[in-house]
Design a protein around this ligand. Sequence first.
Ligand code: 4NP
Length: 158
Amino acid sequence: MKTKKVLFVCLGNICRSPAAQAVMQRLVDERGLAGQFELDSAGTYGGHAGDLPDRRMRVHAQRRGYDLTHRSRRITPDDFDHFDVIVAMDEDNRRTLARLTATVQQTRKIVMMGDYISRNPHYDYVPDPYYEGSEGFELVLDLLEDACLNLLNQLVLK
Ligand code: 4NP
């Protein structure tokens, strides 16, 4: 399989998308597929550029063994060419991403993380936890662990 380049995108790139990147990296590593995947994350908003993930996200992720070390960055026009798959956490992210694309080929790279959620019938997107309490961060991790597994299974078949 040729290297698959996957970019996870949320608003600030300090909560959901760096967590998604770490969850997927662990799954890829566990399967011995590290050499076949390039994973990264970015935000549609650049206000947190250079920051580590939100401390609350880091604490909740650490409890599950994920070390979040990504530095926030805003998505760039080059990302739409470089990455094969661009994974939006919610509809707002998808709309913003679609507006930034330059070609139909780029637009086709955008997929919804919610389409890979299989264990929680109440969510077809990954909700923004920024203004939520602990449960919001736990929910994000539950949804991402489920969705990343299904997304990875689909990507390895392609
Ligand atoms: P994220 O969460 O999109 O999952 O990284 C947020 C981070 C920052 C803000 C909103 C959501 N903010 O408004 O600064």
